[in-house]
Design a protein around this ligand. Sequence first.
Ligand code: GSH
Length: 233
Amino acid sequence: MFDIATHPISRRWPARHPDRIQLYSFPTPNGVKASIALEELGLPYEAHRVTLSDADVKSPEFLSLNPNNKIPAIIDPDGPDGAPLALFESGAILIYLAEKTGKLIGSTAADKAQVIQWLMFQMGGVGPMFGQLGFFWKFAGKEIEDPRPRDRYVAEAKRLLNVVETALDGRDWIAGDYSIADIALAPWLRSLDFYGAREVTGWADHPNAVAYLERFLNRPAVQKGLVTPPREG
Ligand SMILES: N[C@@H](CCC(=O)N[C@@H](CS)C(=O)NCC(=O)O)C(=O)O
């Protein structure tokens, strides 16, 4: 059992409201999953900005919470059996928060299995592949002359986009009802715009996905979660 006040993370990012869930994050597609879920579920929380710079994510204080040096991470002071719980990996955080509240994770065992299926599809497929696409299309990897890595991730992103497009036929949300699977998936669909990769992946030719993202972005909790914690300030 630990105390938020004495946890090493608090040396750098002290809690003003230690009774609330502490969120350590930055508004990237993975980071906003946690803030959007907290907003959607109405859980009181305090957000700390941990940038992607080594000075933050590789600081001893942050590594004490996530040895994998990636945002998001949380501490729930009121975890299972009332003991504090520290957690990293956005998918694990989404499942934990949904189970804590009994919301956004399906109401039957079959629904829950579908939600987890699409959540894993995002965690193991869309996130890593779109992330690599971003690297090879927009960031440092675009200077690499060999076109094969770029082509590979463009093709994989297109393939995944088609899976999403087909799955959304006749449904508003990826697993049926709105769930943590949407909170995981939609921010990554949004990232194609940030990567300047809408055209190359044929985004506009996927009307179900386009309407889905708009539906998601219209939710007030999503709008709040997308800017929490603020990038600057
Ligand atoms: N599988 C992890 C991935 C998290 C992740 O990639 N976070 C990125 C920002 S989107 C990060 O913190 N990068 C900093 C670094 O790698 O140094 C999750 O879903 O939580």
